[in-house]
Unconditional design. Structure first.
Length: 133
């Protein structure tokens, strides 16, 4: 509970938790079995933008502590560049790997990363690969 920032909520019921707290519970559930790899499919998709940013920071903090491999599926390009060491850009149906983009930004990463010149280079490259240039 401490690792995912839920200390003090050990006995709370689901209806007593915010959306971000529920997402933290999901991460805690995944970590509880001590897997070698976490698979997170759009885990922040239903969150408001502020909670989403907080959860990105939380996931990076957890990754720094646990060093687990995380396969993170998202449609948010900024999110992918901030969180990933490699972004796999997929084509539309049928889905195929279009390109794997290595992300060489320093760790630890924070929200300030968006102001890093290379962050913009990576996001523009991914937009271009998606035909959105």
């Amino acid at each position: 509970m401490r690792l995912v920032g839920l200390s003090g909520f050990e006995t709370a019921y689901p209806q007593e938790l915010s959306g971000g707290m529920k997402q933290r519970v999901e991460v805690a559930r995944a970590l509880a079995v001590n897997p070698d790899m976490l698979y997170l499919d759009e885990p922040f998709g239903a969150l408001d933008s502020i909670t989403r940013l907080v959860m990105r920071s939380e996931l990076l903090r957890i990754w720094e502590a646990e060093k687990k491999t995380i396969l993170f599926v998202t449609h948010d390009i900024d999110e992918s560049v901030q969180l990933a060491d490699r972004v796999v850009v997929m084509s539309s149906r049928p889905a195929r790997i279009r390109r794997i983009v290595p992300i060489d930004l320093p760790h630890p990463r924070s929200l300030d990363m968006k102001t890093h010149e290379a962050f913009g280079v990576y996001t523009r490259r991914i937009y271009k690969l998606l035909g959105m240039d």
